[in-house]
Design a protein around this ligand. Structure first.
Ligand code: NAP
Ligand code: ZN
Length: 346
């Protein structure tokens, strides 16, 4: 067992406290990671505020983890002390079901073990990356390419894979018109991936404020959704719309922007149900879909792709005592575009 300092919330919406927890003793396939940076995902806020229900408190959020291996179990083969590594949204899965065998552990039929706010297969609560150390079985650890700084790499472990995976799955690429809705942590990476994959990329953001930056990330077009003319101008244009918004949208309005056979893929995860008219689908053989992060193999592919294409989040590094304020700023969309905690300040 080893002690580690963490940032923890004792109950829903309570302020963060600096406390200490114990990480398990290394099992044969475990690695001990000295965490250096931990990104703040909007899912951390949904969870720490218990907006999705079922929150396990005290909670240590954080699933965008970047650090250095500091010890390895006796049977570890993938990693050695000193390796630069990352951990994302889950830390275990059955390893035997159809989806685990395909490398899509996020859809494990037994249910994956989330990095925090979950119980592991032994029934112990999991605690995430707002922490100085974490113990993770090697199967759920990925390698961070040398050309990516650890602070910039950390948001890729959730925001990166959550946008890369559906863009690949729904074939964003040359000849495809793709819209990215919402330009926050996920959205600003989605623009970069869709552009690198060769699609024609349109950003749909509430205001015109982020236009110049969207174009610098590789967007071809940018429209403000606060302007009703946008929905007329762009009617029936897109093959794929990736919705990264943390709140409910007027789904019918976005469906009207799809071509025949187009798909609206939701990665944004609002707490309340969406409403839409079935006719918005029927009249254009359109689909509504969702996508959950991505598997471990694809996460490694995404990191390597990011390094190769120079894709990186724009980050603001903060101290541990700034996390409460950072949450409020994310809720006000006052973040350009991801907060990353410097864990050495814990
Ligand atoms: P974020 O940084 O807060 O970005 C969300 C963006 O949505 C904002 O920047 C804003 O973009 C837009 N937005 C926010 N409130 C809105 C409102 N009331 N109406 C319209 N647009 C609004 O959040 P994030 O970290 O990117 O996460 C986004 C969502 O994805 C969250 O719900 C999170 O839980 C979810 N998520 C899902 C997965 C998955 O596996 N499916 C993984 C990670 C995160 P504009 O200002 O540009 O309009
Ligand atoms: Zn996340």
């Amino acid at each position: 067992m080893c002690q580690t300092r963490v940032l923890s919330v004792p109950s829903a919406k309570a302020p963060f406290e600096k406390t200490t927890i114990e990480r398990r003793a290394l099992r044969p396939h475990d690695v001990l990671i000295d965490i250096q940076f931990s990104g703040i995902c909007h899912s951390d806020i949904h969870s720490a505020f218990d907006e999705w229900g079922g929150g396990i408190f005290p909670m240590v959020p954080g699933h965008e983890i970047a650090g250095i291996v500091s010890a390895v179990g006796t049977e570890v083969t993938k990693f050695a002390v000193g390796d630069r590594v990352g951990v994302g949204c889950f830390v275990d899965s059955c390893g035997e079901c159809e989806y685990c065998l395909k490398g899509e552990e996020q859809y494990c039929t037994k249910g994956f073990v989330a990095t925090y706010n979950a119980l592991d297969y032994d029934g112990n609560p999991t605690y995430g990356g707002y922490s100085q150390k974490i113990v993770v079985t090697e199967r759920f650890v990925v390698r961070i390419p040398d050309s990516l700084e650890l602070n910039v790499a950390s948001p890729l472990l959730c925001a990166g894979i959550t946008t890369y995976s559906p863009l690949k799955h729904w074939n964003a690429g040359p000849g495809k018109k793709v819209a990215i809705v919402g330009m926050g942590g996920l959205g600003h990476l989605a623009i970069q991936y869709a552009h690198a994959l060769g699609a024609e990329v349109t950003v749909l953001s509430r205001s015109i404020d982020k236009k110049e930056e969207a174009l610098s990330f590789g967007a071809d077009h940018y429209f403000a959704t606060s302007d009703p003319a946008t929905f007329k101008t762009l009617a029936s244009q897109f093959d794929l719309i990736l919705n990264t918004v943390s709140a409910n949208l007027d789904v019918d309005a976005y469906l009207s922007l799809l071509r025949i056979d187009g798909t609206l893929v939701n990665v944004g995860a609002p707490a309340e149900p969406d409403k839409y008219q079935v006719f918005s689908l029927i009249m254009g053989r359109r689909s509504i879909a969702g996508s959950l992060v991505g598997g471990i193999r694809e996460t490694q592919e995404m990191l390597d792709f990011s390094a190769e294409h120079g894709i990186a989040p724009k980050i603001e590094v903060i101290r541990a005592d700034q996390v409460d304020e950072a949450y409020q700023r994310v809720l006000r969309s006052d973040v350009r575009y991801r907060f990353v905690i410097d864990v050495s300040t814990l």
